[in-house]
Design a protein around this ligand. Structure first.
Ligand code: MLT
Length: 256
């Protein structure tokens, strides 16, 4: 069962964080959206205060989507708008595939529809092995330098905040997420079938998932809106919270 926090009241929006972070990344954006909406922020399996689901060796995107659907059931939500950041976006795409009728809108934040290349998959399995030996710090050290735009100074408190979140993620959660991401499907085929209002939000200087992956999704999802945030990297919700919240608010307003 996922641990979650919620703020505000109104139409529901669920914010899914990326790997290997926690619901805390959404705090500055949630504070803004909560003036109008009910904002629900789960910690994904094996991250934050949520356990690795049922001790699974791999947190597959379908497993994560299933946990989100279960949470919606507990909260009595027939439908919700779902925004997913990076790995959370992979899970949001799985949700759109498994249960499209439960989504009122979809936002894909610094993510992609492509699956891993064979080398990419192998890299994830190798990293999972290393995390088994060296713990969460292995991933925190590898990811930290790429999370933010180059213009973010290394002394910025953003680095400290992200580093603390990553180190707090248990090694088993990180390993299960790495295996789950390695096993994820390529979602490009299904993009043309998405019918709910869709926002695609990219960081112009994203060094983890390049912005052209967002352009690719925008071209394939009928009627979708693409917003590229200038000067932001992989974490626009922390780097440019005002603009990120603004883009999400326009998307939510369009859902009606
Ligand atoms: C994330 O930010 O969620 C992940 O780094 C995405 C990925 O590794 O593909």
């Amino acid at each position: 069962m996922l641990h979650y926090r919620e703020l505000g009241s109104g139409k529901p929006v669920i914010l899914l964080h990326g790997f290997p972070l926690s619901s805390q990344i959404w705090e500055p954006v949630a504070q803004r959206l909560a003036q109008t909406y009910r904002v629900i922020m789960p910690d994904l399996p094996g991250h934050g205060a949520s356990n690795t689901a049922r001790g699974a060796a791999a947190s597959t995107m379908e497993l994560i989507a299933g946990e989100v659907l279960y949470l919606m059931g507990r909260l009595g939500l027939e439908q919700a708008a779902v925004a997913g950041h990076s790995m959370g976006g992979y899970a949001a795409l799985a949700l759109a595939r498994i249960a499209p009728h439960r989504l009122s809108g979809l936002a894909l934040v610094t993510t992609q529809a492509r699956g891993d290349t064979p080398e990419g998959k192998q890299g994830r399995y190798d990293l999972a092995e290393k995390v088994g030996q060296g713990g969460s710090a292995v991933v925190a050290t590898a990811m930290a330098p790429k999370l933010f735009a180059e213009s973010v100074h290394p002394d910025s408190p953003l680095y400290e905040q992200a580093d603390a979140m990553m180190r707090a993620t248990p090694a088993e959660g990180i390993q299960a997420a790495l295996r789950g991401m390695a096993e994820r499907a390529d979602s490009r085929e299904m993009l043309g079938k998405i019918t709910v209002p869709t926002l695609i939000l990219a960081g112009q200087q994203d060094r983890v998932i390049p912005a052209d992956r967002s352009e690719e999704m925008a071209a394939a999802i009928p009627g979708s809106r693409l917003v590229v945030i200038e000067g932001a990297g992989h974490m626009p919700m922390l780097e440019r919270p005002e603009q990120t919240a603004g883009a999400l608010a326009s998307w939510l307003a369009a859902i009606g």
